[in-house]
Ligand binder design. Structure first.
Ligand SMILES: [Zn+2]
Length: 250
């Protein structure tokens, strides 16, 4: 029975990931996310349902459009696979429950923000602002005894990012602050773990880009993808890491 739940979670993640690809492409271009149907970005030919099966179709067509042969980015199956894996891990962490639905929605939002920020250096308000409000409502409904942890996590994380933006101009943008508001609203105390992982990975990547790729110290690097990686890992590991940390110091 649990294997069936994991399989269904993975399938749901793959299918939703396919939709997230559409959102990632169209939202920053102000295009409708429901119309028109998926089409080749190069020749405009509509993509038939059998060429639109997550991961499988991309592999079958060897990453090319069936009509014109133009390369279709490996990004598409990667987003689908990552969403599938994250959905399975969320099922493993929460089991069939309300917190699972919140985690799935949160993962989907983080996936979209990460790739839009990577592509355009924009963290879309249309996702982080409703996300922060709905996330906080869901957290308060699910944890009525500890609602203040989520309010504090949300305001605390946003204030922290705001202070960084003040102290080091150009380090954090308004989008990062609003994204932290969203993350704290859903993660509560685990937002600490998310921020720690984000800054750890962000600094490793920053040093790599400077030393290996020879980028300038002033080069603009979107931080949203690191926040998203930290946030998703905190969904799975936040409880374990915070408990281990508390045990070490008690
Ligand atoms: Zn084409």
């Amino acid at each position: 029975m649990p294997y069936l739940l994991f399989a269904l979670s993975g399938l749901l993640g793959l299918v939703l990931g396919s939709f997230l690809n559409v959102v990632i492409y169209r939202l920053p271009r102000r295009e409708s996310i429901v119309r028109p149907a998926s089409h080749c970005p190069d020749c405009g030919t509509d993509i038939r349902w059998y060429d639109n099966i997550p991961v499988a179709s991309w592999l079958m067509l060897r990453g090319r459009c069936r009509a014109c042969g133009v390369r279709i980015s490996v990004r598409y199956p990667v987003v689908e696979t990552l969403t599938g894996i994250a959905f399975v891990l969320a099922m493993w962490r929460f089991g069939p429950s309300w917190p699972l639905l919140v985690a799935w929605a949160f993962i989907a939002a983080m996936m979209v923000i990460a790739f839009i920020d990577y592509d355009h250096m924009i963290i879309p308000n249309q996702i982080v602002l409703p996300g922060a409000v709905l996330g906080l409502l869901a957290s308060v409904a699910l944890h009525p005894q500890r609602w203040w942890v989520y309010v504090a996590g949300s305001l605390g994380a946003a204030t922290f990012m705001f202070l960084l933006a003040m102290l080091w101009p150009g380090s954090m943008g308004p989008g990062d602050i609003k994204m932290a508001l969203f993350m704290g609203a859903v993660l509560g105390a685990h937002v600490l773990v998310a921020l720690f992982i984000a800054f750890l990975f962000g600094s490793i990547a920053g040093v790599y880009m400077m030393l290996v790729q020879g980028r300038s110290r002033k080069a603009k690097i979107p931080f949203g993808p690191y926040l998203a990686i930290g946030a998703v890992l905190a969904v799975f590991l936040g409880e374990m890491i915070l408990t281990t940390y508390r045990n070490l110091y008690s």
